[in-house]
Each structure stands twice: as C-alpha cells, then as structure tokens.
Design a protein around this ligand. Structure first.
Ligand code: SAM
Length: 284
C-alpha cells in the first residue's frame, strides 16, 4: 500500500513536472525523478546537449525539447497545447532546480493559467546545499541570485543590502568571485562572516568560512578558489541601527527625487527609524 505521505505517485495525465536534477554528483537524482523522466511524453530541457548524457546514464530516451531563456516565450504556447491534449511534460534545467536562476517561470505561469496541474519533484539546489553546510544562521535567509555583472551596478546592489539582517545567498561566476568579495567588504565591512561554497557534490568540493577580509585575501591569493561553480553566503547584519540606517538611506534617495532634501530626510527618518541627521549628513 502506498502511504498517504507520498503524494502524486499515481499522477494524472496532463501534468507539468518540475524536476530537480544533480548539481554535480549524478547519484543525487531521486528515484521519483527517474520514474517521471521515463514516463512523460516529453522533457523540456534548458540545453538538450547538456542533459542528454545524464539521461543516457539513467537509461532514459524520452524526446527532448529545448527551453532556454532565449526561446521560452516562443515554445511555451506549444508546450501548453501539448499538455492540454493530455501529454505529461517534465521540465529540467542544466543543473539543480528549474526556475532557480534558471528558465521555466513563463512555462509554469502559462501552465497554471491554463488550469494545468504543476507538480514539483524537489531535489538538489546549490543555494540550499550551500546554506545547509555554511554554518551561518539559516532560520531566515534571502536568495539574491546573481549580482549584476557591471561593477558599478553590483556595488549599488550590495549597498542596498548593507542593512539586511537575514543571511544572504548569492550565485557568482568564478571569474568575478574575487572582485565581488572586495565589493562585499566595502558594503558589509571586513569582519562580516561569509562562506564560499565551491564545486558542491563534486570532486573539488570546498567550503571556506571566515570574515570577509580573510576570505577575500584567501581567494585573491589562490587561483584554485577562482575556479568551478560558486555560491557565496554572507551573514546578515547583527546591528539593528545599521539596518535602520541602510533602510533610511534607501528611502532618502527615493524621496529626495520628489521632495526637498530636508522634507525627504524627515520622512525617511520617521519611516525607517534612522537618525535624520545621519541621513542628511550623507548627502555631501
Ligand atoms: N538551478 C540551479 C540550482 O538549483 O542551484 C542554479 C542554476 S544557476 C544558472 C548556476 C549557478 O548555481 C552557478 O553559477 C553557481 O553559482 C551555482 N551552482 C550550481 N552548481 C553548483 C555547485 N555544484 N557548487 C556550487 N555552486 C553551484
């Protein structure tokens, strides 16, 4: 007998399955994912050439359709029509959980709007894997995905996050990790705890946890730490005054586009709880 706690074992037809796949170690595929990938009529994959070896390894020869950020709009209608005709479809991305810094959002939205059942098959996700081993507070966290590639936009985003009190999770390219750590020192200060989780579930898996100043030095000095796939975690601000000041600065910048500076500072201070003088002094 199938226990009630295992839902969707007998899934109805016309279901869109969102299937997580490994982020490195191929054994991290779930039994249910293998079953569903075998059973569906079609698999929509971010890069069919990338996914084929995994599927071949699992003995799965279900037809593939490419669904990536450049063609998602164009293929969504066709996939929804196929689902409406009663075919089950699975969505996978190159690695990990689809839609998490990966395509699929438009397909899921369109399928739901068409009344189609959308079923998650949970599994690997680099952000959650990093959080689970990083040793930073995990009761509350924010997923920031990739920071902007341009240095000025990246710095601006990090400045907005200076007062964030939850643990922050970032995806980063190995080419930018050293520069990003330097920019993080500027926004969060040298002593903020941070973690670099690299190549999770793979042969060169490394998790380094230390204050930003030390992590930045270590990464700058060791080219090996600038290779492979990385997740950066940064502890939230432990200082409520810093959080209020950061929020006050953000509000002040928004309000001063519409109001005289003294009025903008007064309003930003009363909404955020930051001292008005500190906001006003920042202007110069
Ligand atoms: N959907 C994926 C997930 O669930 O994690 C993320 C896709 S995103 C395009 C790819 C980014 O995820 C990489 O640039 C890296 O930041 C992170 N990532 C993926 N695999 C990883 C791994 N094995 N170790 C560390 N980071 C990884």
């Amino acid at each position: 007998m199938i226990p009630e706690s295992v839902p969707n074992m007998h899934h109805p037809s016309a279901t869109l399955f969102i299937v997580a796949t490994p982020i490195g170690n191929r054994d991290d595929i779930t039994l249910r994912a293998i079953q569903v990938l075998q059973d569906v009529t079609r698999i929509a994959a971010e890069d069919t050439r990338h996914s084929r070896p995994l599927l071949t390894h699992l003995g799965i020869d279900t037809p593939l359709t490419a669904l990536h950020e450049h063609n998602e709009d164009a293929v969504v209608d066709g996939l929804v029509r196929q689902l409406q005709q009663g075919d089950d479809i699975a969505l996978i991305s190159d690695a990990g959980t689809p839609l998490i810094s990966d395509p699929g959002y438009r397909l899921v939205r369109a399928a739901r709007a068409a009344g189609i059942r959308v079923v998650p098959l949970p599994g690997p996700c680099a952000a959650i894997a990093a959080l689970s081993v990083g040793g930073l507070p995990s009761d509350r966290f924010v997923f920031e995905g990739f920071l902007p590639a341009k240095a000025s936009a990246r710095r601006a985003r990090l400045a907005e996050l200076a007062g964030e009190t939850r643990t922050m999770i970032f995806y980063e390219s190995p080419r930018r990790v050293a520069a990003t750590l330097d920019a993080m020192r500027e926004s969060f200060g040298d002593q903020r705890e941070a973690v670099l989780a690299r190549e999770l579930t793979k042969m060169f898996e490394t998790v380094l946890d230390r204050p930003l100043v030390e992590l930045a030095r270590r990464v700058a000095a060791d080219p090996d730490q600038q290779r492979g796939e990385c997740v950066l975690l940064v502890a939230g601000s432990a200082d409520p005054a810093e959080a209020r000041l950061s929020e006050g600065r953000r509000l002040f910048a928004l309000l001063s586009a519409e109001l005289p500076p003294s009025r903008a500072a007064k309003l930003a201070a009363s909404i955020s709880g930051a001292p008005r003088k500190a906001l006003y002094e920042d202007r110069g």
